[in-house]
Design a protein around this ligand. Structure first.
Ligand SMILES: *Cc1c(COP(=O)(O)O)cnc(C)c1O
Length: 464
């Protein structure tokens, strides 16, 4: 079954932007829905919908709602112009909106804050963090890319109109006429979105540049940013396809080794890959991911939907236990008594039960964590007496750059150790073993959870 194609709705503020964007896109088809006019088109294997936003919050709201109802996008991209409030921003720079407030929504007299939507407690709407991170990383030569808070209202704000509350009370960086409306509707529908605005004037009385001379630059900026976002999403679209391919190979190997596919879980290791790539798999229905560093797991979890089940598979330092427990539901790398005591105590304080695996080091390689097989039984007994942990089984890593036979013998050894687990726990021990390079052998030896990274996510991207 082919993966469904990613759908991106692109809304531009100016006809010039749409004209320029069309040069990137193919198979352009006109669509007319009542008062709405769209161009449906393609970028590589991504389906796009182009439309012109019209000016002001009402038109923008109507448009976004209609696209959500009829076209069901995976992402929204909004482009256009804004006036700068932040003194750093210069004409021609791009600002990516991270937060949005309606500056003209004001019910102070009834006791609400400026921008607050009465009786909802809502005031600031947030853009999608992972799209923002993706877009901020693009390198440009002729303009800067900033992030900032956008104020939206149904008034064209020039220098003469800027009120002190724009920058004091609302702490705005830029001002325009649609962003907060788009942000509101897209958030309500849980569609990740990004708003990209080219600064058209500094709202400081020195707006020297005439808008018409700026138009080509706005169109260039929008086109540049949209092209890079679509290219990244196109790259990400390959991830679900690789996931499906790995699943097929697992099914083949399970058959070969007379194993039931239901007994083998595929856990995707997302370490060193950005959250936008993880989201492509999430959209594909994958809800469990593994990280080997606590900090990276926390950052990704913040940017991604809250129904993801996070697994920690790397070494856990005692001072990170609480943070780990707050995010992860399963920890695969428990290898000593002090650590498991601490996990049990802190899980209790956090009112949680944590799934754990005991990591066993069967290769004797000192760079690997894990308890020795000789000390395993003692730790199992200890685990059987602790609260707030749910011991699922044993975990190991195959030897570094080993032959198939060497991997097999390590995995078989873990399988044999599972009888120890079953001495103290009524459930059958699960085995967390097998990675991109050795999962076939792990399947042969009876693995329950394969931890696979690069075969699905691609080669890892390390920070420069
Ligand atoms: C990185 C990692 C994996 C996945 O490795 P790949 O070779 O990329 O599949 C599995 N388990 C642990 C503990 C890891 O750190």
């Amino acid at each position: 079954m082919p993966s469904p194609r990613t759908r991106v709705a692109i809304i531009g503020a100016l006809p010039e932007e749409l004209e320029k964007l069309k040069t990137l896109l193919s198979d352009i088809k006109e669509l007319q829905h009542g008062p709405f006019q769209y161009q449906q088109c393609k970028f590589e294997d991504i389906d796009c919908l182009l439309s012109l936003s019209g000016i002001g919050k009402v038109q923008a709201t109507m448009l976004v709602q209609h696209i959500c109802d009829t076209w069901k996008p995976d992402y929204f991209i909004f482009t256009g112009v804004a006036g700068a409030l932040n003194k750093q921003f210069d004409t021609g720079d791009v600002v990516i909106g991270t937060e949005f407030i309606q500056h003209d929504l004001e019910l102070n007299a009834l006791g609400f804050e400026r921008g607050e939507i009465p009786y909802t407690g809502e005031k600031v709407f947030h853009a999608c963090d992972f799209l923002t991170k993706m877009a901020t990383s693009f390198k440009t030569d002729n303009h800067k890319i900033y992030q900032g808070r956008i104020l939206t209202g149904d008034q064209f704000i020039t220098h003469d109109h800027v009120k002190p509350y724009f920058t004091d009370e609302l702490a705005g960086d830029a001002v325009e006429m649609e962003g907060a409306a788009l942000a509101f509707v897209a958030s309500r529908h849980k569609v990740p979105f990004i708003v990209l605005r080219t600064i058209s004037d500094r709202a400081d009385g020195n707006a020297a540049c005439d808008f018409n001379t700026l138009l080509p630059l706005v169109a260039d900026n929008s086109c540049f940013m949209v092209k890079h976002i679509l290219e990244s999403l196109h790259e990400n679209q390959k991830v679900p396809a690789r996931y499906d391919a790995v699943k097929l190979e697992i099914a083949d190997s399970a058959k070969k080794h007379q194993r039931t596919l239901d007994d083998i879980q595929l856990l995707t290791v997302s370490k060193n890959h950005p959250a936008d790539k993880v989201y492509a798999l999430y959209n594909h229905g994958v809800k469990e991911f593994a990280e080997n560093r606590v900090q990276e797991m926390i950052e990704k979890a913040q940017d991604l939907p809250s129904d993801i089940h996070w697994h920690l598979i790397g070494p856990l330092q005692s001072n990170k236990v609480r943070q780990a427990i707050q995010v992860a539901q399963t920890i695969h790398s428990v290898d000593n008594s002090a650590l498991v005591q601490r996990i049990s105590r802190i899980a209790g304080e956090e009112a949680k039960t944590i799934n754990i695996f005991i990591q066993v080091n069967l290769t004797g390689e000192i760079q690997k964590s894990g308890i020795s097989s000789l000390s395993l039984e003692k730790l199992l007994i200890e685990c059987s007496q602790l609260e707030n942990i749910n011991l699922l089984g044993l975990m190991t890593m195959g030897p570094l750059s080993a032959s198939k036979d060497e991997n097999l013998s390590v995995f078989n050894e873990l399988k044999e150790l599972s009888v120890l687990h079953e001495k103290y726990f009524s459930d059958k021990a699960k085995l967390s073993m097998g990675m991109s390079g050795d999962y076939e052998e792990a399947i042969a030896s009876g693995t329950s959870i394969l931890r696979i990274g690069s075969a699905i996510m691609g080669t890892r991207q390390y920070e420069q």
